[in-house]
Design a protein around this ligand. Sequence first.
Ligand code: ZN
Ligand code: ZN
Length: 148
Amino acid sequence: MKNDSEEIASSYDKYLPYVVDNECHRLALKSRDRSGYGIIKHRGKNHYAHRFQWLKMRGAIPEGLEILHAKGCFRDCIRIEHLSVNTHQANIDQIKQDAKQFCRVGHELNRTNSYKYNGSTICKLCKAKQLVEIARHKRELKTRASSQ
Ligand SMILES: [Zn+2]
Ligand SMILES: [Zn+2]
């Protein structure tokens, strides 16, 4: 029987759709896991999109190793140049390091784009986006209330 990686490499002839964001190619499909990793469905099974991309373009991943994103890369990035094979420990180390330097969606947390609040680091770009959303929501509620 063929294993997963051989199966993907040989049968999946379409490339994953993406949108360009800075240097990254972010999966243009909607599904994400809780950490923001892109998820694709292939033959009824869920796969990590970046892992899938590697299997498709570079082939099998050696036993016990994982696919890592480049430093500061978006979690849903599938650009092959931003991916590498490494150990689980290296993956954990990088995620920890990234968490300090980048927000959940990948904005750089430098001195101008971040501030401390209650011991956690807040991303100004994300915060601004959130405030715009809240304002929009409030406006909507108001219009709804006044049209009744
Ligand atoms: Zn990337
Ligand atoms: Zn952010």
